[in-house]
Design a binder for this molecule. Structure first.
Ligand code: PLP
Length: 394
């Protein structure tokens, strides 16, 4: 093991793995586990999307495609960015990759040198800091609190910018907090970066899963920032296509070209059949997206109300994504069934082992007093989970 590269040694093992591994084991043993740990919609891929893939196979569309993706899919992405995000891009400014994950690591590899700093507001999606490390950079995390709705303020950003800062990662709507930055908030953050050689990775993976009339605002909409912002998105969450592995990136042509180069020497084109499916998803009737969004909204409202009724638990109302990120500070330090719960990992383990509810501890997201609960589950399952959690803390 000591022969492993320094880069890999510096990466952290996913802290969520232990709990999810344990949950899987308990399920396999036949235990009745209610799982709120999923990072993917519980809905199936829409039929019209799967049909497009089946047709692609029948037509023999099963060979290498252009490395950066098929022109038809780039056009579909351009159409989507215009329709949903009011962004204008040319095909040379788009690359299709194997999931949102590949777009992000390609960008980090393209921009980061050893010693560069990548600013990541916490709570953050678990992969951001590890990707920065893998690319040789140093993640600089900035803790945010429930008082600002888990959003980084301009003052906080100003305080951590150094001459070594290369990238700011913004993820709105956020996994895990569900926070969505408003137009004013995005503009205020971008103002801090004015005149500085700092790039923004805007991870907009959950842009269509937003509630209560809230609209996310892409920093790429600010004309002065357009040549500094890389928009990352994909079909995984919006269209329940997590297994198809299609993500896309929109940004300055020279960065896209670099990602194309990296991709050409590592994975080559993303899956040909999945690209055809993604075309169907992006160009097809978007009613299915709206129907599912409405269903998520009902679940969000239920979870927000139900969790806040449990003593010791307090949750902010998430504006997007399908997670709720309550603080469990009120139960920390207390003893339940002979266990003292000192942090959110203890809480998650206690809920799983004693009450058979799987959640993800906030430690993994840089927020040790919180738990991430996914509401990509039926209302019946959510009701049962809440009942068990209430009992666990009584
Ligand atoms: N970005 C965020 C914020 C995510 O939550 C996820 C998935 O969990 C991804 C990117 C990666 O998406 P994909 O499955 O397309 O690689």
């Amino acid at each position: 093991e000591q022969y492993l590269s320094h880069r890999v040694q510096s990466m952290q093992e996913s802290q969520t793995m232990r709990i999810t591994g344990l949950a899987k084991k308990m399920k396999a043993e036949g235990k009745d586990i209610v799982s709120l740990s999923a990072g993917e919609p519980d809905f199936p891929t829409p039929d019209f999307v799967s049909e497009a893939a089946i047709q692609a196979i029948r037509e023999g569309f099963t060979r290498y495609t252009p490395n950066s993706g098929i022109p038809e899919l780039k056009e579909a992405v351009i159409g989507k960015l215009k329709r949903d995000n009011k962004l204008e891009y040319r095909p040379e400014e788009i690359i299709i990759s194997t999931g949102g994950k590949q777009t992000l690591i390609n960008t980090m590899f393209a921009l980061c040198d050893e010693g560069d700093e990548v600013i990541i507001p916490a709570p953050y999606w678990v992969s951001f800091p590890e990707m920065a490390r893998l690319a040789g950079a140093t993640p600089v995390t900035v803790a945010t609190t429930i008082d600002t709705g888990f959003k980084m303020t301009p003052d906080q950003l100003e305080a951590v910018v150094t001459p070594k800062t290369k990238i700011l990662v913004l993820n709105s709507p956020s996994n895990p907090s569900g926070a969505v930055y408003s137009e004013q908030e995005v503009k205020a953050l971008m103002k801090v970066l004015e005149g500085r050689d700092i790039f923004v990775i805007s991870d907009e993976m959950y842009d269509r899963i937003v509630y209560g009339g809230v609209e996310p605002y892409s920093p790429a909409r600010i004309p002065e920032m357009r040549d500094r912002v890389i928009v990352s998105n994909g079909v995984s969450k919006t269209y329940s296509m997590t297994g198809w592995r299609i993500g896309y990136l929109a940004g300055p042509q020279w960065i896209i070209k670099a990602c194309d180069k990296i991709q050409s020497q590592t994975t080559s084109n993303p899956n040909s059949i999945a690209q055809k499916a993604a075309v169907a998803a992006l160009n097809g009737d978007q009613q299915v997206v709206e129907d599912r969004r409405l269903e998520f909204e009902k679940r969000r409202d239920f979870m927000y109300k139900a969790l806040n009724e449990i003593p010791g638990v307090s949750a902010a109302l998430p504006d997007g994504a399908f997670y709720i990120f309550p603080s469990v500070q009120g139960v920390l330090g207390r003893e339940f069934g002979g266990r003292v719960l000192s942090n959110s990992t203890d809480v998650a383990e206690y809920l799983l082992v004693e009450h058979h509810v799987a959640t993800v501890p906030g430690d993994a997201f840089g927020a040790p007093e919180n738990l991430r609960l996914s509401y990509a589950a039926s209302i019946a399952e959510l009701e049962e989970a809440v009942r068990r959690i209430r009992q666990a803390f009584s």
